[in-house]
Design a protein around this ligand. Sequence first.
Ligand code: HEC
Length: 182
Amino acid sequence: MKPVVSVKELMRDMIDPLADNIFDAVSTQITKTGSRDVVPKTDADWEKIRIGAVTLAEGAYLLKVPRPFAPAGDLNNSAGPNPVELSPDQITAKVLRDPVEWNARIEALRNVGLEVLEIVKKKDVSELWDAGENLDQACEQCHRSYWYPGEDAKFYQNLNRRMQEFREQQERQPQRTGKPPK
Ligand code: HEC
């Protein structure tokens, strides 16, 4: 099997747009009079979801075909202090170190595709809401592990810095309490 594109492009041009067929199938819209659930109704609506599910269930295995993670020269946001994203080389090293985890993440994505295919057969709208959550998890868990593991660390570092600045500012300001002066 010979890959055509990098993982990044496979995400951008296939996995992500086709996952939207599932993500966008159910939603809650806020209206002037309250809220309204948008759900699939017509055969065409369900067909779109099926196309998304088949693409994910089959396409997930394209991630098993060895391919570069990003196009040549694209290093992701991996430079500078506390980089959020891993470089393509770092992702490659991580996958080679533990191919079992990488394959498990791929299976998790495929399983949601299979779950949605069953839902389409039954046209079960309520299960479609849960499947959207499961899909979100499958994408997010792989991204957290392989793409932007630095996000958490950076987030908390920034938060700590802001808290520190806030405390220093409080100390500089005169004490103000809600009590009336004596
Ligand atoms: C098995 C792991 C894995 C799964 C599952 C996965 N992704 Fe990704 N995805 C990646 C990796 C790794 C990258 C970063 C590649 C890089 O930039 O080097 C990425 C990048 C992306 C990008 C960025 C593309 C760009 O042009 O910058 C998008 C969008 C994306 N994924 C969407 C999704 C969606 C939506 C799902 C779920 C339906 C999903 N991914 C599931 C591994 C995964």
